[in-house]
Design a protein around this ligand. Structure first.
Ligand code: HEC
Ligand code: HEC
Ligand code: HEC
Length: 127
């Protein structure tokens, strides 16, 4: 006879060990397969509007801050970077392959693709 309790405990431990790396990556904000992402930026461009590390974790909050600044406060320019605060013109004006960058990472991370494109134009035309 098998000891059902031990078998189940073993299976649970295996399951946790198996999913930990994935959970770790998602929770830490790192992409599971970052090497498969294409920044899609013009040649010679090496910097984002903030550090890559900040952007990886905080880009969704930055986008909301930008929207609020534009829509509620009537500001247009991001003081920290000097860029115009625009999802379409700025983010996707530089990251020109949204499919290989934004949406590929969202897919890996299990994030529902944002609904922003119902109103905002994706100039890469891929949504
Ligand atoms: C129902 C339509 C609608 C949806 C959905 C929507 N927006 Fe907007 N958004 C607007 C409008 C209208 C403006 C004002 C445009 C302006 O004044 O330039 C705006 C402005 C913005 C701006 C600043 C101006 C610019 O050109 O980008 C940002 C950033 C922004 N939205 C981000 C987002 C993000 C991120 C999402 C998805 C999470 C989103 N929006 C979803 C309608 C929408
Ligand atoms: C002028 C070009 C440019 C603009 C504008 C720009 N980015 Fe970036 N972005 C980059 C570059 C270059 C990197 C890589 C930087 C590095 O590795 O140090 C990057 C990195 C990122 C990363 C991190 C990717 C990773 O390594 O995991 C995210 C997320 C991101 N950008 C989103 C955005 C969003 C959202 C916007 C608009 C709010 C934006 N970017 C605007 C050029 C740009
Ligand atoms: C390195 C991976 C990665 C890249 C690259 C990336 N995202 Fe994200 N994005 C995420 C993760 C993870 C979340 C969910 C975070 C959370 O729920 O707290 C997210 C959330 C968002 C949200 C909020 C979604 C919502 O429903 O509230 C928006 C908007 C967004 N990303 C836009 C973009 C845009 C635009 C780009 C490309 C310019 C981009 N992202 C590139 C990983 C990424």
């Amino acid at each position: 006879m098998y000891d059902a309790g031990k078998v189940i405990a073993g299976l649970l431990i295996a399951l946790v060990l198996f999913t930990l790396p994935v959970l770790y990556h998602v929770v830490s904000g790192e992409s599971v397969a970052i090497e498969k992402l294409e920044l899609g930026v013009p040649e010679g461009v090496t910097e984002c509007v903030r550090s890559a590390d900040f952007m990886r974790r905080e880009h969704m909050h930055l986008l909301v801050d930008w929207r609020d600044a534009v829509v509620r406060e009537g500001k247009r320019i991001d003081e920290e970077s000097g860029f115009r605060m625009s999802l379409t013109a700025t983010c996707l004006g530089c990251h020109q392959k949204s499919q290989e960058f934004c949406f590929r990472c969202h897919e890996f991370s299990g994030v529902k693709t944002p609904y922003c494109w119902e109103c905002h134009v994706d100039p890469t035309g891929s949504q």
